[in-house]
Write a protein that binds this ligand. Sequence first.
Ligand code: GLN
Length: 460
Amino acid sequence: MNIFEKSQAIKNQEIKAKDNVEGFINTINNTNNSINAFLEINNENAIKKAEEIDKKAQNKENLGSLAGLVFAIKANINVEDFIISAASKTLENYQGSYNATVVDKILKEDGIILGITNMDEFAAGSSSETSFYGVTDNPAAPGRIPGGSSGGSAAAIAGDMCDISLGSDTGGSIRNPASHCGVMGFKPSYGAVSRQGLIDLSMSLDQIGPLATDATGIALTLDTIVAHDPSECTSIDYDKPNFTEIALEAKTSENPFEGVKIGICDEFKNVTDDKINKIVDKKINELSSLGAEINEFCFNYIDLCLPTYYLINYVEFFSATRKYDGRKYGHKIEDVCGDEVLRRIDMGSYISQREFSGKFYKGALKARSLIKNEIDEMLKDTDLIMGPTVPKLPHKIGEKLDPMEMYAYDVLTVIANLSGIPAGSMKAGEVDDIPVGLQIQAKSFEDHKIIKAFSAIEEL
Ligand code: GLN
């Protein structure tokens, strides 16, 4: 049963919302001690909400599109009455005092918020090892990192602890853990989803998005959270399609790939582990046999991607952290944060001070336009760009990587953030029993093309 079918089954009470919630609570009680996907859950509230939904369903009252589906929210998205720490000691006592726009929208559609998930501190990482609350394990490859920074949100899906989770993606933080945990994760076009209530990592790159086991779960969530938010200055008003309809149609369509143009790039493969390439190529070739037209493109700026991304990230993060000076939130960030966060603050501060010469940040913005223009150019001639999500397999928990090795995980995902385009990851297969993701990217505000592809591919 996919998530859409489950939502229908709850509405007609073949499944009780209460049983759905209690099933997940059971799993969490049995496994979260070792997986550490959730930092906090609120059983009582979730069960109460589920009972209300069951009652309404039995009385044939109107219910929202997410009725009875269970959500987990990354610890950097504000939810009233939960601790929203961004997995940092800095905010260990910060209780969400309002709901992020996306959270309000989920609640309005009768989604049930069960708890808050673990992550890299302030979303600055690719492994979920930098959380103040300890590392999250990967349910799909035990003993290995789940990826990051939304590692808890991906592990909660892979470990069957909720129906849908929210993550944030600044340079890959939804897609990277989705890839490592073998689930689906989607970063919407920049501006499609309100960031109001998200704790900034790098505001010109950050976007909130869903993770789930299947395309209907992603689509239902997008139908809820993609919306213009006048209170958020980067939110864009556009004519959004019905994602769920598109996902459902793709499942019954006879040839969903007929005439679809798919772009691939040698430069993506050259930085990627051969074993991963093999799995991803096989998936793409299947689509070609179904009528998709595969075209090769050249991407000249692969070497610019990480330096450009990290420079912008350092500067914007430094500026975002100035409010954690110990007056309002209890701790001064520099006094209590971990090494990676401190590195970004130090570097961001250094670059900002040197900025009068325009050497660094302005240079990075120029490089960002080069990357964006090249990607936009590529997307003029193709519907989708496909390739691996992450260039290497997740390392074993505890293995020590230096910062550059850690950053190297992000080379294929930062491109979409720098360009503002939508991008998602779904499981392509496994290498040595470890999941490997297929990344699909599209033009800005053609997010639905990725959802359609997700849904059609998962039917194969
Ligand atoms: N791993 C990248 C970083 O450390 C991306 C993080 C993210 O998307 N939040 O910045």
